[in-house]
Design a protein around this ligand. Structure first.
Ligand code: 13P
Length: 335
């Protein structure tokens, strides 16, 4: 019964070439982005911004689901409509970020462990009552001198597996996000190896914790060279490395992979996703879609500047970026 419900939610999220919009920045992350654009960092401004997104005309043509943050799922529009209801009325399924953030892993300098398992069963029930149909948990893996350690990967994939099992018990689709960061000067090959190692460890753990692979969504990084590296792989090189890595590590039972953008420019993220689908569509056992935050929101946030007079322009930019992402999902985006 539960597994039918999960499958149905996944089908709806990705129907007609759609993908997922991540709008679940935690308050500190959202405030950091507001600060960079001179926008006041208040509860009300965050509500205004999330309202702008949720009321963007036509957004559901490209977006099947939107991931919210704890603050946002409890906020309302100017008309008193809860944000998750506003989204649902627009044909967009609300989801919720449920991890409590990545914290320093004691004894392992520069490595992180994501927290939030305590009380998660009860929080999932509360979020379900608020309208959430899926959830997200992000683990962070850092590449550097001598890292990631096996301990860091193991600790993080175990937390992801326990989270995913609790979500499925609650009837919520878990988005399982092991993000290998782009930060650093490492080569693309190093990203390939760490991503493959992390994904293999993840799927062993999901199996051990009896997670139904057909009832989850994987949200990974693409295989990229480090942000500070001199290497400049072509769009097709990134697509080829990414596909090779995922074919070697992700079981075909997984219905969908929805990439994060991870600090790539909106153009890069969309071009890479497009090349994966365009060049390899017939070889991929999964839907390969997007769950972008910055790659969809960035131009919109820049145009909004926190001012009502810019809402219309900002919404048009959001609509446009979402549309291009959906074209890339089908491999039909043209520069
Ligand atoms: P980016 O697309 O900005 O990387 O964000 C995706 C996300 O939800 C990170 O958890």
């Amino acid at each position: 019964m539960q597994s039918n419900l999960l499958k149905q939610t996944i089908e709806q999220l990705f129907s007609n070439g759609k993908g997922i919009l991540a709008m679940d920045e935690s308050t500190p992350t959202c405030d950091k982005r507001f600060l960079a654009h001179g926008i006041p960092q208040t509860f009300e401004m965050r509500r205004n911004y999330r309202q702008l997104i949720a009321t963007t005309p036509g957004l559901n043509e490209s977006i099947g689901g939107a991931i919210l943050y704890d603050e946002t799922i409890k906020q309302q529009t100017n008309n008193g409509i809860p944000i998750p209801t506003e989204l649902l009325n627009a044909g967009i399924i609300p989801g919720i970020k449920v991890d409590m953030g990545a914290k320093a892993l004691a004894g392992f300098p520069n490595e992180m462990i994501t927290e939030g398992l305590d009380g998660l069963r009860e929080r999932l029930a509360d979020y379900k009552n608020l309208g959430a149909r899926f959830a997200k948990w992000r683990a962070v893996i850092t590449i550097g001198d001598g890292i990631p350690t096996k301990t860091c990967i193991e600790a993080n994939v175990q937390a992801l597996a326990r989270y995913a099992a609790l979500c499925q018990e609650a009837g919520l689709v878990p988005i399982v996000e092991p993000e290998v960061l782009m930060d650093g000067a490492h080569a693309m090959q190093r990203c390939y190896e760490v991503t493959e190692q992390t994904l293999k460890a993840l799927f062993i753990k999901l199996y051990q914790y009896r997670v139904d692979l057909q009832g989850l969504i994987l949200k990974p990084n693409m295989v990229l060279a480090g942000k500070e590296s001199d290497e400049n792989p072509s769009v097709d090189d990134v697509a080829t490395a990414t596909v090779k890595c995922f074919l070697s590590a992700v079981p075909a039972a997984v219905p969908a992979i929805a990439f994060l953008s991870g600090g790539q420019s909106p153009q890069e993220a969309i071009q890479h996703l497009n090349a994966i689908n365009k060049n390899y569509k017939d070889r991929l056992p999964w839907i390969v879609a997007f769950s972008f935050a910055r790659a969809i929101q960035q131009p919109c946030l820049e145009a909004w500047k926190g001012q009502d007079v810019n809402v219309d322009t900002a919404q048009k930019l959001l609509y446009h970026r979402a549309k291009l992402s959906a074209l890339a999902r089908l491999g039909t985006y043209k520069i």
